[in-house]
Design a protein around this ligand. Structure first.
Ligand code: NAP
Length: 320
């Protein structure tokens, strides 16, 4: 079968012929129709991820067919017994295990759920990893209360935009940041109240002037700008971090945190229960994940480049 593999660290992924998956007991083979990229796939290609094995089929997100039934794959494997934190056997589909950028993948039957009926395969494939991460960040960790105001940084990203869509569907007032004015406009067209470009000077002061402080902030950038982002937290507010794209956090004022009784929470992926709740929410609200662009498997290297350049608004999808 055709598949997208990591041939060598630092090199674009290669489309290759790979052996058919051999399912173990308890596994099914999903006939994939669509898969989606996550920044994780780019980090893996760049060698910035632990436990990398060359020759692995990449990809965590997939939608396809099992026994005539349209399904979604939950890429969060072996979470363990404690809903607060994943256990030592935890892994994410698509490294070191063969992933979804292929015609078929073998996966434990408990990892597949029925696809929401209102979605195409391309839209459904956009959901799993980003949707699960956004769900746990926003609802489980963020614990938004009625009338809370929410800020989502870097809204062009897959997880960020999913968090934005979920928060809007749940009725919250949402503000955003982005490095691209056009992405802020697109988020506003979806229902966000407004936003600022984090590449402008004193963007945090401008946002505070326009919107005030936020009860919940969701971020995946960290880095040198985090201190400014944190000045926007309201008294008793929460900042939820699910990524570290820009590296070590700098300029964070402890006084700001303790005087405002603010909390910083880390989060990663989520449990099977959270995955099921997220998919049910998407079905109930007939939510459609934003798909940036659709590429064929053979075009996968170009899709990786687009993500590495940060051009996308929403999910980059591979049609199998
Ligand atoms: N812990 C977990 O379970 C988990 C799960 C998924 C992702 N992640 C991590 O979260 C990050 C995003 O992942 P993704 O798949 O959503 O990636 P993605 O679709 O490539 O999005 C990355 C986004 O980061 C934003 N960004 C870049 N510089 C920024 C800055 N200075 N301030 C604020 N935002 C900035 C950009 O937003 P704009 O385009 O709007 O400028 C960009 O769209 C990655 O580091 C990834 O590894 C972690």
């Amino acid at each position: 079968m055709r598949a997208v593999i990591l041939e060598a660290i630092g090199k674009p992924p290669r489309v290759a012929d790979m052996p058919e998956p051999q399912p173990h007991t308890g596994q099914v083979v999903v006939e994939l129709k669509a898969a989606a990229l996550n920044h994780r796939d780019v980090w893996i290609m760049q060698g910035k991820y632990p436990g990398i094995r060359t020759g692995t089929i990449l990809g965590s997100d997939g939608a396809g067919i099992v026994d005539g039934r349209p399904v979604l794959i939950n890429p969060s494997l072996n979470w363990g017994d404690d809903p607060r934190v994943q256990g030592p056997d935890y892994e994410i589909l698509g490294m070191p295990r063969h992933g979804t950028f292929a015609e078929r993948v073998a996966i434990e039957s408990r990892q597949v759920v029925d696809m929401p009926g209102h979605l195409t395969f391309e839209q459904a494939a956009a959901l799993p990893l980003a949707g699960l991460t956004a769900w746990r960040a926003l609802f489980t960790k963020g614990q938004p209360r009625h009338n809370d105001r929410i800020l989502i940084s870097g809204v062009g990203g897959g997880v960020a935009l999913m968090a934005c869509q979920f928060a809007l569907a749940a009725g919250y007032e949402v503000w955003v940041t982005s490095g691209h004015d056009a992405k802020i406009e697109k988020a506003c067209a979806l229902g966000a109240r407004g936003g600022v470009n984090y590449r402008t000077d004193d963007w945090h002061k401008e946002l505070q002037k326009r919107a005030g402080h936020f009860d919940l902030i969701i971020d995946s950038a960290g880095g040198a700008g985090f201190g400014r982002l944190a000045t926007l937290v309201a008294p008793a507010g929460r900042i939820v971090i699910y990524g570290g794209t820009l590296g070590t956090i700098e300029g964070l004022s402890p006084q700001l945190l303790f005087w405002r009784q603010a909390t910083i929470l880390g989060t990663t992926m989520g449990t099977s229960q959270e995955f099921a709740a997220m998919v049910a929410f998407v079905g109930k609200h007939r939510l459609v994940p934003v798909v940036d662009s659709v590429w064929s498997l053979e075009e996968a290297p170009g899709a990786f480049e687009r993500m590495a350049r940060g051009e996308q608004f929403g999910k980059i999808v591979l049609k199998v």
